[in-house]
Design a binder for this molecule. Structure first.
Ligand code: HEC
Length: 140
């Protein structure tokens, strides 16, 4: 009884966000896997950038940031690119371009504080897109 009461209270305390307000993007399972793989690459790159910043190794920062730049964005298959909403593509593009700028400045200025500010600004694109979209898979 005490357990049941606790469960009821805990459920009542959960935020009432049952509805997911993010726009679903309906992709095939392999397209969704490709998007998620790119995402994990973003996070790995961000980790490498912060590690370089912590060591004040600006060459490592530039290298990791360049890997997340526009040159990597072209791997998205055209068939998928055609179906992504413009807003999604723009946020993706702004993210890749932010990393390119970060790479150029890390090389040219070698100023960790400046690079950290740029990283923080670029990460806002991640948050903005995550707040707006979610993936949904459709059967092939
Ligand atoms: C243009 C949109 C967009 C941008 C920009 C974006 N993401 Fe994502 N990301 C998504 C979507 C959509 C998902 C899937 C969310 C869901 O279905 O709940 C996702 C999922 C992820 C995941 C989970 C991957 C998995 O294997 O499940 C990680 C990690 C992630 N993003 C990291 C990042 C990081 C770090 C950045 C910025 C450097 C970033 N993302 C930028 C749209 C974006």
């Amino acid at each position: 009884m005490r357990y049941l009461l606790c469960t009821a209270l805990c459920l009542a305390a959960l935020p009432v966000h049952a509805e997911d307000a993010r726009t679903p993007l309906t992709l095939t399972a392999s397209e969704a896997a490709a998007v998620r793989e790119e995402m994990r690459g973003f996070l790995e790159g961000v980790q490498a950038i912060t590690s370089g910043l912590a060591d004040n190794d600006m060459k490592a920062v530039a290298k990791a940031a360049r890997g997340l730049g526009m040159s990597g964005a072209n791997h998205v298959p055209m068939s998928l690119r055609m179906r992504l909403p413009m807003e999604f593509k723009e946020m993706g593009r702004a993210t890749h371009m932010g990393f390119d700028t970060l790479a150029i400045d890390a090389d040219g200025l070698g100023d960790a504080g400046h690079s950290m500010k740029q990283l923080s600004e670029t990460l806002q694109n991640c948050n903005a897109c995550h707040a707006s979209f979610r993936l949904e898979t459709k059967p092939k």
